[in-house]
Ligand binder design. Structure first.
Ligand SMILES: [Zn+2]
Length: 154
């Protein structure tokens, strides 16, 4: 076997070794796309979303597989401090079930999302010297719906 062939053979072995990971990624990508397609069908959306997603960092935090500085928890939500804070006590509020977008949450859960956000905002206002609490609803940076609560001064 010439040198070129050996190199090529080694390269294909490496490619083969990576195949399972690549396949797994494409499967989870497809699951994500299915989730997108089901928005609007509340029943199928809840069947698909009300479970932990394997590769979601927030689901791992919910499951306790990744440590977090937790500041609030109830049956449906947890809040923890952002690891890249944009202000003092920058907090993330996250539903425990995996929903990519805020729009995917059922009515009852989205109502509670804001009740809990308001409670946390009140606590943050009392605990910091903030003039107001900035609220931002995300889903794109980490594809698991979350609210940023950032104490700010005027
Ligand atoms: Zn998730």
């Amino acid at each position: 076997m010439g040198r070129a062939n050996r190199v090529q053979s080694r390269a294909s072995k490496i490619a083969l070794a990576r195949l399972p990971a690549l396949l797994e990624r494409s499967v989870s990508l497809k699951q994500g796309l299915r989730g997108f397609a089901s928005v609007g069908g509340i029943v199928s959306a809840s069947v698909q979303y009300n479970r932990l997603m394997e590769n979601c960092i927030f689901c791992k935090i919910v499951a306790g597989n990744i440590p977090s500085a937790k500041t609030y928890e109830d049956d449906d939500f947890i809040a923890f401090l952002d690891i890249n804070p944009k202000g003092p006590k920058h907090t993330l509020l996250v539903p425990k079930a995996h929903f990519v977008w805020f729009l995917d949450l059922p009515d009852e859960l989205s109502d509670k999302f804001f009740r809990v956000a308001r409670k946390i905002a009140t606590d943050l206002k009392n605990e910091t010297s903030a003039d107001y609490i900035h609220l931002g609803i995300e889903g794109k940076d980490v594809p698991h719906a979350h609210i940023h609560l950032i104490p700010k001064t005027l």
